[in-house]
Design a binder for this molecule. Structure first.
Ligand code: ZN
Length: 109
């Protein structure tokens, strides 16, 4: 076996084919493996304010939406008002928790 072949074999064994459920990012509308997206849910806490919160453990109840964990997709989603549409909520949306989460997250680019 040549060195090149060995390298290819290594790469294949260390990177198994990535399959799984596919979701659509509400920011850029690209389809992506759910494992690579951040789940977000809407939490109605007060009367007319709806908090959009990250759900990295995917355990929160309720209707969820999916977003690339990047500030670009976040601002895209905000500009397109994708949160309300995807999460079926209306009123004032508070995305500060989500912004905070993304700001403190180390983005792997
Ligand atoms: Zn995206």
């Amino acid at each position: 076996m040549t060195a090149v072949q060995w390298t290819l074999a290594q790469r294949e064994s260390s990177a198994p084919p990535r399959t799984g459920p596919v979701r659509t990012c509400i920011g850029c509308r690209k389809r992506e493996l759910a494992a690579d997206l951040l789940r977000i849910v809407a939490q109605t806490s007060g009367t007319d304010s709806v908090a959009i919160v990250p759900d990295p453990r995917r355990r929160l109840p309720g209707r969820g939406a999916w977003l690339h964990p990047s500030s670009a997709c976040l601002s895209n989603a905000e500009r397109r008002r994708s949160f309300g549409r995807a999460l079926r909520v209306s009123g004032k949306l508070d995305i500060s928790a989500l912004e905070h989460y993304l700001e403190n997250r180390h983005e792997h680019s």
